[in-house]
Design a protein around this ligand. Structure first.
Ligand SMILES: [Zn+2]
Length: 240
C-alpha cells in the first residue's frame, strides 16, 4: 500500500496517488484522472521540454492512455494513428477516431511533425530500426520523439524475444509474452526486451540522439519500476 499527495502532471490537479498493489507501474493511480506512473512521467517530461505542446504538430502512434486523451482534447494539431490492418494505411478509420498507419512504413510526408509520442509501443514492433528511421524522417529538425518503453534489461544488452520473416511467419526466441492492446483483444506480442543500450541503437539506426529520463518524485506520483521516459532528438542541421 502506497499513498501520497501532490499535483498530477496528467490532469494538473491537486490529488492523491495510491496503490493497493506493490506493482506500482500498473496500479499507482491518480484518484482524479486514473493515470499511472509512466503516463505522469511522460506528461512531466513533455511539459518541461515543450511547454507549448498545444501549438505543435503531434503524431501519437497507438494512443491508449489518459495522456493521449488530453493531447487529443487540448492540441488542435494532434494526429492519432493505429496499426489497423482492416483500414488502408493513410486513411481514417470508419469511426474517424484515428488514421491507420504502419509505424515502420508511414504515409506521412517528410518533416510533418514537431513531436512524435509513443507509449509502450517499441517493445512490440518487429523492426524498431525501420520505426526509428520513419520517426526521424517525419520529424522536423529540432523535433522530438518522446516515449516510454520498459527497459527491463537495464544495463544488460537488449534482447530479441520474437522475429518475423518477410512472409509474416513469427519465430519465438523466448516464450511468447503479451501486453494489453486497446484495439486487439488478443494483446500485443513483446518482440524485444530493451535495455539502456536502446539509445545507441536509435543513434545507429536514425541519427537521433536519445536522453533517458528517470524520475522519482512522489509529489508528482512518479514512482515505479521501468518508468523511464526516452527523448530522441532530430538535430538541427547546424548541430550536425
Ligand atoms: Zn491525475
Amino acid at each position: 500500500m502506497l499513498k501520497a499527495t501532490g499535483v498530477c502532471p496528467v490532469c494538473e490537479q491537486a490529488t492523491e496517488f495510491k496503490s493497493e498493489n506493490p506493482w506500482l507501474r500498473d496500479y499507482f493511480i491518480c484518484v482524479k484522472c486514473g493515470s499511472i506512473p509512466r503516463e505522469r512521467a511522460l506528461a512531466a517530461v513533455l511539459s518541461e521540454l515543450r511547454p507549448n505542446w498545444r501549438d505543435l504538430e503531434i503524431h501519437e502512434s497507438s494512443p491508449s492512455s489518459r495522456v493521449s486523451a488530453r493531447l487529443a482534447r487540448e492540441c488542435g494539431t494532434y494526429t492519432a494513428t493505429q496499426y489497423d490492418l482492416s483500414t488502408p494505411f493513410g486513411t481514417m478509420s470508419p469511426d474517424g477516431g484515428y488514421r491507420s498507419e504502419d509505424l515502420e512504413a508511414q504515409t506521412f510526408a517528410d518533416a510533418s511533425f514537431d513531436l512524435v509520442i509513443t507509449q509502450d509501443v517499441f517493445e512490440h514492433i518487429f523492426h524498431p530500426d525501420r520505426a526509428a528511421r520513419e520517426i526521424a524522417r517525419t520529424l522536423r529538425p529540432g523535433g522530438l520523439h518522446i516515449f516510454t518503453v520498459p527497459l527491463v534489461r537495464k544495463a544488460q544488452a537488449s534482447g530479441r524475444r520474437a522475429t518475423i520473416s518477410p512472409d509474416g511467419a513469427i519465430t519465438h526466441l523466448l516464450p511468447a509474452e503479451y501486453h494489453q492492446n486497446p484495439i486487439d483483444a488478443s494483446g500485443s506480442l513483446v518482440t524485444v526486451d530493451w535495455g539502456y543500450d536502446i539509445a545507441g541503437h536509435i543513434l545507429n539506426w536514425s541519427g537521433m540522439v536519445t536522453t533517458i529520463y528517470s524520475i522519482d518524485d512522489l509529489s508528482r506520483g512518479i514512482r515505479a519500476e521501468f518508468n523511464e521516459v526516452l527523448v530522441s532528438s532530430k538535430l538541427m542541421v547546424a548541430e550536425l
